[in-house]
Design a protein around this ligand. Structure first.
Ligand SMILES: Nc1ncnc2c1ncn2[C@@H]1O[C@H](COP(=O)(O)OP(=O)(O)O)[C@@H](O)[C@H]1O
Ligand SMILES: Nc1ccn([C@H]2C[C@H](O)[C@@H](COP(=O)(O)OP(=O)(O)O)O2)c(=O)n1
Length: 448
């Protein structure tokens, strides 16, 4: 490691064009700041050529001295195949708890994404920014030891942020030389970059969480079968469901909404009133594996919920031949929660209305009506508290993170073909029931 004085002298030396050209491909990263805003930066040749606009002071405080920041990232789709994607997602999931232990435990962590500035899903990397307020050498040692423990591909990348005496910001990537020794390579200039038109994760969503058809989700569980027996069990159930479904003539009504908005209460009451079959997604036949998949990385968890919807579709097709069908959650839940989780930042960073990500999958049985129950955050909290302690991890996040809740709600509202019909679920149970039944009568002319 170069002494600090030599390092600063090196950083302050102007880059010759040939040297700049030899640096890594230009890339960008997005950093989630307090308050859920996103700061974007260009790294490498793009940064070196640019003048130095002043960064957001909150971002500068996260990246520059005093203290030291590190970027630890894993490519999302290293081999471009599904197996490599799942390996990469599991690696990141395994690394995250290790970043909260030992000497790394004192670092602040922030979610970061690396991406190619031209858009597209290629080159996307997920990771974290670790901010060591004490700039301790133990932090660097612990991070390099962590990299050493990642022997199989894909291997994470590590970069270190440094400021120079002219207050410019640089990133120095660490590289393994000769397969044995970690060395820092040429510093790359880091400058603020404009926000891209579309959040950088969106082009990747159809492969990583909002699967546009059954086969895309199926492929994910298929590569999980060697280490996750539940994946084989779910695939066997999915494969028993016919690809082309013939639904009955009775109406199919889906009820959606955040947790504790009253879906269970409303679906039971509507099913009673219409003498309808009551189904839910994920269906009972896969619920024994739900916790197993909830503990897996997002790509695997979403594939499970997505395939659960295809299994429910087959139940809907059969039941709708005999009676109306009411369904508690369906594809809109899977998509809205996935979009809200993957798209970092605040509501304004969601893909715009009418983006293809909000379109119903072409191969999934469509309901006649989707009702979205909405209640104020305060009333929702009252209902959660009144219900007792059992919650999923994401529900806890919902409570803690009102931005996440807003992103789920807005994603629900943007869903298309079919879209959601919002119903205010704050009034009494009876009034909410009547509002939903009114919608059913208006929108489902085939109701006997
Ligand atoms: N309209 C309503 N007014 C008051 N409380 C309600 C109403 N609807 C549901 N609840 C109560 O709120 C809690 C959450 O409702 P639930 O139907 O379980 O929601 P979800 O299925 O959406 O999680 C339950 O305790 C339920 O009895
Ligand atoms: N069809 C579905 C159903 C649930 N999910 C996911 C979305 C959230 O992470 C959880 C919420 O489901 P949960 O059953 O806990 O919520 P409720 O209790 O029904 O309100 O499951 C899904 O992705 N797709």
């Amino acid at each position: 490691m170069a002494p600090a004085g030599r390092l600063l002298a090196l950083l302050a030396r102007p880059q010759s064009p040939a040297r700049a050209g030899a640096m890594a491909q230009p890339s960008c990263f997005a950093l989630e700041l307090p308050g859920c805003s996103l700061a974007h930066f260009a790294v490498g040749t793009a940064g070196a050529a640019a003048p130095a606009p002043a960064p957001d002071p909150r971002a500068a405080a996260l990246l520059g001295p005093p203290g030291r920041s590190y970027a630890l990232c894993v490519p999302v789709a290293p081999g471009r195949d599904c197996a490599a994607r799942v390996r990469a997602a599991r690696l990141l999931q395994r690394l995250l708890p290790q970043l909260r232990r030992g000497p790394l435990g004192r670092c602040q962590l922030r979610r970061m994404l690396r991406y190619c500035p031209g858009g597209g899903a290629g080159g996307l990397q997920r990771g974290v920014l670790l901010r060591d307020p004490d700039d301790s050498p133990d932090t660097r040692r612990a991070l390099l030891a962590l990299l050493d423990s990642c022997l199989e591909a894909p291997r994470p990348s590590l970069g270190e942020f440094v400021g120079d005496e002219s207050h410019r910001l640089w990133q120095r990537p660490w590289e393994l030389r000769g397969g044995r020794e970690w060395r820092q390579v040429d510093p790359e200039r880091v400058v603020p970059a404009p926000e891209p038109a579309l959040h950088p994760v969106v082009p990747d969503l159809p492969s990583s969480g909002v699967f546009p058809h059954r086969e895309a989700a199926r492929a994910v569980l298929e590569v999980c079968t060697p280490f996750l027996p539940a994946a084989r069990a779910v695939l066997e159930l999915v494969d028993q469901c016919p690809g082309r479904l013939h639904r009955g003539l009775f109406p199919v009504i889906v009820v959606e909404g955040l947790d504790a908005t009253g879906k269970t209460t409303v679906t039971r009451a509507v099913a009673d009133a219409l003498q309808a079959a009551l189904l839910k997604s994920p269906p009972a036949c896969v619920s024994q594996w739900r916790q197993t998949f909830d503990d897996e990385p997002a790509i695997v968890r979403r594939a499970f919920y997505s395939l659960g919807n295809y299994i429910v579709a087959s139940e809907i097709a059969q039941a709708s031949a005999r009676a109306p069908v009411v369904v508690d959650r369906y594809w809109h839940s899977t998509a809205a929660y996935a979009i809200a989780t993957e798209v970092s930042g605040a509501v304004q960073h969601l893909p715009p209305a009418h983006h293809p990500i909000y379109q119903w999958p072409k191969d999934l049985l469509r309901p006649d009506l989707v009702v979205l129950l909405t209640v104020s955050p305060e009333e929702r909290l009252r209902r959660i508290q009144g219900r007792g302690p059992e919650r999923t991890r994401e529900e806890e996040e919902l409570e803690a993170n009102s931005v996440f809740r807003q992103k789920v709600e807005v994603s629900y509202e943007r869903m298309e073909n079919p879209g959601c019909h919002a119903v205010d679920a704050s009034p009494s149970r009876e009034r909410v029931l009547q509002a939903v039944l009114g919608l059913v009568r208006d929108r489902c002319p085939q109701l006997p």
